[in-house]
Design a protein around this ligand. Sequence first.
Ligand code: ADP
Ligand code: MG
Length: 342
Amino acid sequence: MRIQLLPPQLINQIAAGEVVERPSSIVKELVENCFDAGANQIVIEIEQGGTRLIKIRDNGCGIEKDDLSLALSRHATSKIASLHDLEQVVSMGFRGEALPSISSVARLTLISRVANVDCAWRVSADGSERDFNPQPDPHPQGTTVDVRDLFYNTPARRKFLKTEKTEFAHIETVVQRLALSRFDTGLTLLHNQKEILTLKPAVTDVQQEQRIAGICGSAFIDNAVKIDFEASGLRLSGWVGLPTFSRSQQDMQFFYVNGRLIRDKLVSHAIKQAYQDVLFQGRHSVFVLYLTLDPALIDVNAHPAKTEVRFREGRLVHDFLFSALHRSLANIRPGKTTAATY
Ligand code: ADP
Ligand code: MG
């Protein structure tokens, strides 16, 4: 066979293989877009585990009418414009891939309205059919992305979807993780028209702990201490579980770097070491931790789903995490169960 350039639709479907693993990955991408748009109110409507409908509405900055078709085009983004921007990106997105990928494997409608205009505008893309001629819509300021019939045109991928219950459980997990990354944002999650989760913006410490309790259970917050450390331009804040409140699985470990939930060997190692002397073998610590650092010190372009980062100063980060946690744990008096700041 001779070499040929692939059609754009197929290129997007290949990219979708990386970005759109299942309905929950769509929810993650779309909610991250809401965060990037500065929204503080997000409503997520799901039907049939996300296979029939994923509809996400925000009150963010919206998209200009003339940019709507670009939003659905590959490699088009408002978030970076140069390598320099990429090297210090603070937004969740920057690849300009999510919307075109999703629209290549589902029926997508995008409705958006920016401030100070008369109405919202709507475009849709449905597999190979793309209607980029914007139609007026009464939507308020902000954006709604409506995604229907996931994988309707890629039956091989549809077969990999699990039951409605399992897919929705994945969505719920993703929404919980996102909710822990932005306390200032209100979130509502509905499944088959039933309200599953309603989170008001959490500003005060008490409200934040209520949100954590709602997601990780009140036992977590009752058995955790609040920490806040700063050194060498790095800041680690959040909640760490008491050694007496460990788990048999690593299912209550949330680590965010500049607002992005990541899994990282170096981070896990530093935390494990810090807990080493105080935790029984085979048990796992619990934590909700936020590392904040100069974005130029991390490379977020390490993974299509952006669940990994590379630290430019790995040793520095490792040692900072270890010593911050080690000191926090050393400060915990036996029997202490209330939150305190060290
Ligand atoms: P990326 O997030 O990497 O830029 P996406 O495909 O997710 O790529 O989105 C493409 C563009 O569409 C974004 O750069 C942004 O300008 C716009 N966009 C997407 N979702 C929203 C939203 N909820 N509110 C405002 N703009 C959005
Ligand atoms: Mg995005």
